[in-house]
Design a protein around this ligand. Structure first.
Ligand code: ADP
Length: 591
């Protein structure tokens, strides 16, 4: 049982996670409060005279009018420190793997008895400005982390502890901040979740967040510090894609938020992640991962907070100079939490029953994605990828339409592709990326200066395919002229050989930049050779019947990362097949 709670307010009305209390001492807007005898965590969300409205982040069963509320004097904050990586938390950053089956009510996040290996990076007499990296923390089971002075404190170092093992709350560094003010710094600090962490300056998007997924990297790439949404109906592959990105993208730190999803989906994440290895380092993926789990049966207000918690953790690692990717599955469940709380507050509902401030809340969230010069002087980024689950896969519903306004990349998942088991089910004609221009130089540096042109060509062929298929449904495919049938063949090759990529295939679940380039170039070569062949009067049937076609279609599965030279053989075979075809065509004409 928690300590007895002092009275700053007394509950007079309760409706699910929302309650009203009569304040005996003034409460502040967005102040965190402890509610009832169990000291449940809540937040003040409205004040009207001495009446405060409070949302409670835990199950309110058993609370009653007359129960006390005590103010904490601080906004809802989370503890940022070295214990985060490799662990699983609830929406308020309370560790789940140390709690047994359930988090005990009223438990706080600041209890951590572990010792971490600290090495100082500055010395006595140095000036520690806001965000200075004053030490590093080494953990055998996680990537190297830094200790930062909080963004709201600077001064001259009076003392700093030597290298050694310390707990995350022990004072390691003492700063003289002037005016007789002294600040004690430990490995961890608190930061209010709804307040973006300050930066020196925002930078334009420069490099990609490489995902190893062809349809993303080569067709709709996302830059580090950018934001993307993946809307899709039930079963279109949002969760699998989010997990795939969390596993294979080249970020230094992954924050995975399961927000309001079914428990068994979260269970698969919790089960899979600890056993996976990072393809780049060969080390366990959990070393760079923080999982925030807030399943559909957890309190609705905590779901609303979990998104802000996650983004705050993301900014914390960004400020260390790391590249962070945040996957949120799903932002629609978060919007539903907003709607439920707003409904209980009796607010006037807007479009779809969502509160009028839905759009600005979404903007607040996505705006926190950035590529920055952090206060520590390092360059870091936070990329946000949010899944959206529109009811009935209707992309015109409010959450999807508002999200579209704030993201740079839109990866629309298509139900008919998913039904045909074509994965990832991202529809190339309903998706876009505004980062393409900024990322062209990445492909040039990797030896693919024609990337933007080839990408454009692929998209144009896919667009033509959609148009011609509509026509073919009316007049029949055979009635199309050979050039148009050729377009259909090329588009089929792009779809089957390039865009299709199973997340469960050992060979193909990750595709390096080199392999993507080789595949793109070989398809481009096929398009050119087959175009010439059609010009020479060779029939489409003859081209389709080439043995090399089958190998092209299956190259993703058949040519793995370790045998990239097989692409040279495939290309030689392709050239040879077309030479033979044109020669026999020419001989046929002569005879
Ligand atoms: P959603 O989260 O949109 O409801 P899921 O991510 O759970 O959908 O995907 C549903 C099913 O589709 C998965 O169980 C899996 O069989 C299949 N699937 C989705 N994405 C892929 C993929 N990239 N590769 C292979 N199969 C996939």
């Amino acid at each position: 049982m928690a300590d007895s709670v002092q009275h700053d307010a007394v509950i007079n009305w309760i409706s699910g996670p929302v309650l009203r209390a009569t304040a005996t001492t003034p409460l502040h807007m967005n102040e965190a409060v402890k509610v009832g005898q169990r000291a449940l965590l809540g937040e003040v969300i409205r004040i009207d005279g001495d009446q405060a409205v409070i949302q409670v982040y835990e199950d309110t069963t058993g609370l009653k009018p007359g129960d006390p509320v005590s103010a904490t004097g601080a906004p809802l904050s989370v503890k940022l420190g070295p214990g985060l990586l490799g662990n699983i938390f609830d929406g308020l950053l309370r560790p789940l793997n140390e709690q047994g089956r359930y988090v005990r009510p009223g438990i706080s996040q600041n209890h951590n008895s572990k010792q971490y290996a600290f090495s100082p990076l500055i010395k006595q007499g140095d000036l520690a400005t806001r965000g200075t990296l004053f030490g590093s923390v080494h953990r055998d089971d996680a990537r190297l982390q830094r200790c930062m002075s909080p963004p709201n404190c600077d001064g001259r170092v009076v003392s700093i502890k030597p290298a050694g093992e310390y707990s995350d709350e022990e004072t390691l560094c003492i700063l003289d901040c002037g005016d007789d003010q002294v600040r004690e710094l430990s490995m961890s600090h608190f930061w209010p979740v709804r307040q973006p962490r300050p930066v020196l300056r925002r930078l334009p998007i420069k490099g990609p967040l490489f995902t190893g997924q062809r349809i993303l990297d080569s067709m709709f790439p996302i830059g580090c510090g950018s934001r993307a949404a993946m809307p899709g109906g039930f079963g279109t592959g949002k969760t699998v894609l989010q997990e795939t990105l969390a596993k294979w993208c080249d970020a230094d730190v992954i924050i995975y938020v399961g927000c309001g999803e079914r428990g068994n989906e979260m269970a698969s994440v919790l089960h899979d992640f600890p056993s996976l290895l990072d393809p780049r380092t060969g080390r366990p993926l959990m070393e760079r991962t923080v999982i925030i789990a807030n399943t559909s049966n957890m309190p609705v207000a905590a779901r609303e907070a979990s998104i802000y918690t996650a983004v705050t953790v993301g900014e914390y690692y960004r400020d260390m100079g790391l590249r962070v990717a945040l996957m949120a599955d799903s932002t629609s469940r978060w919007a539903e939490a907003l709607r439920e709380i707003s409904g209980r507050l009796g607010e006037l509902p807007g479009e779809g029953g969502y509160p009028a401030y839905l759009s600005s809340r979404q903007a607040d969230f996505y705006e926190r994605a950035a590529h920055v010069h952090s206060l520590s002087g390092n360059v870091g980024s936070l990329t946000i990828i949010g899944a959206v689950s529109p009811p009935s896969a209707d992309f015109s519903e409010p959450v999807t339409t508002h999200t579209k306004r704030y993201v740079h990349c839109f990866w629309g998942l298509d139900a008919s592709r998913a039904q045909a088991r074509f994965y990832p089910a991202i529809h190339p004609l309903q998706s876009y990326s505004q980062d393409v221009e900024a990322l062209s130089h990445f492909w040039s540096q990797n030896g693919h200066p024609n990337w933007a042109r080839q990408r454009q060509r692929f998209l144009a062929l896919l667009e033509d395919q959609a148009r011609l298929e509509r026509m073919a449904r009316i007049i029949g495919k055979d009635a199309l002229p050979p050039r148009q049938q050729h377009v259909l063949l090329c588009a089929e090759l792009i779809n089957e050989a390039f865009l299709r990529q199973s997340a469960f295939s050992e060979t193909d679940r990750y595709c390096s930049a080199e392999r993507q380039i080789a595949m793109m170039q070989i398809i481009t070569r096929f398009i050119k050779l087959s175009e010439n062949a059609i010009e020479l009067g060779i029939t489409l049937e003859a081209i389709s019947a080439l043995a090399v076609m089958r190998r092209l279609m299956r190259m993703g599965e058949e040519i793995g990362e370790d045998d990239l030279d097989k692409f040279d053989q495939l290309r030689a075979e392709l050239d040879h097949s077309f030479t033979r075809l044109t020669r026999s065509e020419a001989e046929g004409h002569e005879s």
